[in-house]
Write a protein that binds this ligand. Sequence first.
Ligand code: ARG
Length: 583
Amino acid sequence: MLILKKKTASLLAECIKEKFGEGLLSSDEIFTMLEYPPDTSMGDIALPCFRLSRTLRRSPVQIAEILAENVSCDEFSSVSALNGYLNFKVNHTAFASRVVGDVERLGDKYGSPMNGVGKKVVLDYSSPNVAKPFHIGHLGTTVIGHSLKLLHEFAGYDCFGINYLGDWGTQFGKLIVAYKLWGDKETIEKGGVDELVKLYVRINNEIKREEEESLLKDPDGKKSSPLADESRREFTALEHGDEKNLELWRWFVSVSLEEYQKTYKQLGIEFDSYKGESFYTDKMPAQVQKLRDMGLLEIDDGASIVNLDKWNMPVCLILKRDGSTLYPTRDIAAAVYRKNEYKFDKAIYVTSAQQSLHFAQWFKVVELMGYEWHDELVHVPYGTVSVNGMKLATRTGNVVLLKDLFAEAIERVAEITKEKHPDPKECLEIAEKVGVGAVVFYYLSNNRMRDINFMMEDALSFDGNTGPYVQYTYARTCSVLEKADVKGEMTDAELSDVEFELAKCLSVFPERINAALADYEPSIVTRYILDLAAAFNRFYHECKIVGCEDEKLRSSRIALTRAANQVLRTALHLICMQSPEKI
Ligand code: ARG
């Protein structure tokens, strides 16, 4: 539709020039005024003439009438004036032929704005914290992040995905102590991250107990815990390169990573780099020094901070009283490293909205440091997720793990598909694509800032606006094409409204992609997929496709089906979903 809208705008600009005089309205200005009327019986594109009457010095009714008489083009079956609106009805056949032709010509590039060619984007997403659960709270950063990567790739950007693993910090001191006290190599090798998390939860509980006991003994004293002290000592040893601790640390990281990778594999995600927080340890001092040299650091109660009062933000903490670095310090060092190393044109960070202030703060600090690329940093936040109404609490271990969520979805789908697919391997393959897809689709159905309550029942339903439903629709297009006796191409056969609506839906795909990229909003693609699935299903139910007796019409309908098949596949891919040909 975009192309036709543009064409309409330039036709109108020409006509206005001719009938009303030079320099009154540009084609771009007219373009922004054109609408898609909600009731298409009036027209498919409309120009409300009310705002024109001042510029053109006529009443809206007159303007619409004059334009209606003087504008024409073979893609319109009629141009008419009604109550100050200029309505364009599109010639169904000509329009559908052009759209289907575009889809065929461009294939899996159809819809791409190709405006990223020659530019580089680095995306920092997923980034779980080692030895802490990889839970449903990470679903957002993982799938929004990856979808944004795919969208940028689609637009021609050279993309680089970074998993900024939380692989450093005092939790490793605790973990080392806990492992030495209660851990067992074999158990961890078998049980993976779950066992590490158990140790982590256990030591946190023990520390809490010790602290409470110390307060009971001495209500006025400071709370204390020998285990916490020991943990600090072990972390300091690790920081100083203690070989035994380093070895344990490497092992904890690799056990965790191995497990995360299983989930990434299910989602079809690969990262270009796993450089985590630990990597930046020796990159921070230079940035801290720069801050100091520039006079940006202030000492506040012993800590080093950057004052951000002028920008209405709390101070950005750079060094704690004991001189240790903080989350923002590391992010600043990492950004500088990435700019030098990857020479990005844009760096995208996807995290929960709870971290919005953190990003706003350190982005500002980077600006104050004089890095002219500060405006190439983009934070993409998202809302919270609960499951069946339950919020998450990491420290107590009361969480829904991503792997469990996927496993449950897969299992439930397998129950349904096993009747049709008795071969267990085949059944599992399909169940995996559909189950994981259902979770992803459900999650990406909402605007990213909305808080979501995840309901498995709803996500898995085959007859709501769900992943299984759209994948099923895709499989339906495949089965029609398989049955088709001819390749199918657009002919001059006259097309009804349903076919035209399908073509129209195909034609707005490029616009939706642009919007999704501009807003960093994969849900725009998800909603588009629902529109397209609905348009195709209406067409499928109302029109005989392979069984159509009219040869020309059959050919056009098969061609339309193939275009829908292509665009559905592209769109599903962009939101990290697979498109199985059979379900
Ligand atoms: N590991 C962090 C967390 O789980 C997210 C890291 C986000 N990326 C960043 N550059 N700060 O909360």
